[in-house]
Design a protein around this ligand. Structure first.
Ligand code: AMP
Ligand code: MG
Length: 323
């Protein structure tokens, strides 16, 4: 009798301890690429892999940050107006990819918007509404077709004066893709990365014991919330259940904006007008296997609005517009 009681006590302690079991990810958050970046990775070696992924994001930020005059993109902007500038194969390929998306989206995505974004300065401490003639003049220097490529030497030249490249619409997607690859190369099977609206999912979310017993599985798909453009941060309009590895990338007018005289001006510019795009959507979300293309596409889908659905779907798995 005493023995049975003893066994029962040990049994319940055992169950209690198992019940406390919860898979804890290696989690790290840093402010990089002008946004908050969080990586949560599970499993052996997750801490080291997360550190390596952050180093990769820092490296890419160092290459593509247009506000750093020593970055590779700044060197292109400083030199390409005067003739061919030989860049690194990596940056060359990224710019080619960006231009490919411009071609596919009739120029709705255009990395040569720098002369226009420099006028608006949206996201800075002192954004302003430019004069109409400033925009008109700056538009002469905008146009992806005026980037001249030399594939042999991976060199780039600008055909028109006043041109400049801003990779803000694609850089985070590229970084998220590279960081995802680093995690995978380091044996990570379950992780979620959030680079300011660019989400990447690897595998599935490990569950605590109670949830595992309830659901009959030790894992469940990651659920990714899609921000309600009119709600407070963290309130979701949709939840996307990621059944397999993918990137879920959102561009929204709520991300960066300012108001003047009752008008909201946001950071996604229509290259045809030089003004914040007014396509009738408040956000566009792309679900894809290609994080770099997905980032450019989310910007293009926002600029083009719902009418672009068929075109965008030709280049990714799914698109969600929120009006
Ligand atoms: P995203 O949040 O990915 O849509 O990117 C927006 C950022 O990309 C802006 O902050 C600008 O730096 C840049 N951008 C704005 N409009 C465009 C556009 N039409 N095509 C390409 N890049 C853009
Ligand atoms: Mg984008």
């Amino acid at each position: 009798m005493k023995r049975t009681k003893y066994i029962l006590i040990v049994f319940f302690i055992f169950i209690f301890i198992l019940g406390l079991y919860k898979p804890v990810p290696a989690e790290k958050t840093e402010y990089l690429m002008d946004t908050i970046i969080t990586i949560s990775a599970y499993g052996t070696g997750a801490k080291k892999a997360t550190e390596l992924a952050f180093s990769e994001i820092e490296r890419i930020d160092g290459l593509l940050n247009a506000f750093d005059e020593n970055s590779e993109i700044s060197k292109i902007n400083q030199n390409a107006p005067y003739g061919f500038y030989k860049t690194t194969p990596e940056v060359y390929e990224l710019i080619k990819k960006a231009v490919y998306i411009s071609e596919k989206t009739s120029g709705a995505f255009d990395i040569t918007l720098l002369p226009i974004s420099s006028l608006w300065q949206i996201g800075s401490e002192s954004p302003k509404v430019p004069e109409a003639n400033e925009i008109k003049n700056a538009l002469f220097s905008v146009g992806y077709k005026n980037i001249i490529f030399d594939d042999e030497s991976h060199s780039i030249k600008f055909a028109v004066s006043g041109m400049g490249i801003d990779l803000g619409g694609i850089a985070k997607g590229y970084a998220s893709e590279k960081a995802t690859n680093i995690l995978k190369e380091n044996g990570i099977k379950n992780a979620i990365l959030d680079l300011g609206g660019n989400i990447s999912v690897i595998g599935r979310q490990p569950l605590d014991l109670v949830s595992a017993v309830k659901s009959g599985s030790f894992y469940r798909p990651f659920n990714v919330g899609i921000q309600d453009p009119d709600g407070v941060r963290g309130s979701y309009k949709h939840v996307y259940t990621a059944e397999s590895d993918c990137f879920i990338i959102t561009s929204g007018s709520y991300e960066r904006n300012f108001s003047k005289d009752g008008i909201l001006y946001h950071h996604i510019i229509d290259p045809k007008t030089g003004y914040p795009a007014l396509s009738g959507v408040k956000s566009a979300t792309i679900i894809t296997d290609d994080g770099t293309t997905g980032d450019a596409l989310s910007t293009a889908a926002f600029v083009l609005g719902e009418d672009s659905k068929e075109l965008i779907l030709g280049l990714c798995n799914k698109v969600i517009y929120i009006k």
